[in-house]
Ligand binder design. Structure first.
Ligand code: B12
Length: 211
């Protein structure tokens, strides 16, 4: 059995090669990828955030941790896809304008893809108009927005406003997530749903396509 505690340490300490090796070995041994993500990888990023807040970590350490996390996640993504289901709908996803955090957004995108959604991932720093233009191009039924900074959260409401201006609000569902958000905030600005993690995001998206 792989020492999975080492995966946590490798990500927290920003050791990308070690994080990749442990993940590869674990996947070869058929260890559930969701367990790797939920029990080892996300807790490592949470601890990196705690250390940053406490002044023990600075931007370079956070960037290294993020790089190791992304490298491990890239190995897990194809496994999630292989376990995928039938087409359920199309989602346009992105991190909102001004915000460069994409680990959580990538996780949600991978889990949605693995559950049968077609995902159009616009990346980071996505302007409200870009979300809406992509909905027009793809006919997607859901916009999924991620924000990790309190200063970028208002961009979500702006996207809802653009949908309204373009007469699309009743044709497109809006779901949101990211550490600083809450169900209450999401409701206040007119989103159709919020979820606090990637697994819950899949359930929410399924509910929204049938609503
Ligand atoms: C890694 C990291 C970075 C990396 C990002 C690398 C990358 N490619 O993403 C780097 C170093 C670049 C970075 C930069 C900055 N960061 Co930063 N960062 C973090 C850190 C440590 C972890 C975030 C993360 O990846 N978590 C792991 C993922 C899996 O969790 P998650 O994103 O929350 O996603 C889950 C859920 O929220 C949900 N979810 C997420 N998105 C969505 C979307 C939908 C639709 C749904 C349904 C669900 C959902 O599902 C996900 C999976 O379960 C956090 C601290 C923390 N604990 O959150 C700080 C943090 C977010 N950063 C912070 C800050 C201040 C910054 C900087 C401003 C620092 C600076 N002075 O320059 C810059 C901003 C850059 C910018 N313009 O965006 C603050 C934000 C404070 C605030 N209240 O706004 C935090 C909270 C750290 C802190 N405690 O102070 N950061």
């Amino acid at each position: 059995m792989e020492n999975l505690e080492e995966l946590y340490n490798a990500i927290l300490e920003g050791r990308m090669d070690a994080a990749q090796n442990i993940t590869e070995n674990a996947l070869q041994k058929d260890i559930n990828p969701q367990l790797l993500i939920d029990d080892h990888m996300i807790p490592a990023m949470d601890e990196a955030g705690r250390r940053f807040e406490a002044g023990e970590y600075f931007i370079p350490e956070m960037m290294l941790a993020a790089r190791a996390m992304k490298a491990a996640l890239n190995l897990i993504r194809p496994v999630l896809l292989r376990e995928g289901a039938q087409y359920v709908g199309t989602v346009v996803i992105g991190t909102v304008k001004g915000d460069l955090h994409d680990i959580g957004k990538n996780l949600v995108a991978a889990m949605l893809e693995g559950s049968g959604f077609e995902v159009k991932d616009l990346g980071v720093d996505v302007a409200p108009e870009k979300f809406v233009d992509t909905v027009k191009e793809t006919g997607a039924g859901i916009i999924a927005m991620s924000a990790l900074l309190t200063t970028t959260m208002p961009s979500m409401k702006l996207t809802v406003d653009v949908l309204k201006q373009d007469g699309l609000r009743d044709k497109v569902k809006v779901m949101v997530g990211g550490a600083p958000l809450s169900p209450r905030y999401a409701e206040e600005f007119g989103a159709d749903g919020y979820s606090e993690n990637a697994a819950a995001a899949v359930n929410l998206a399924r509910k929204l396509v049938t609503a």
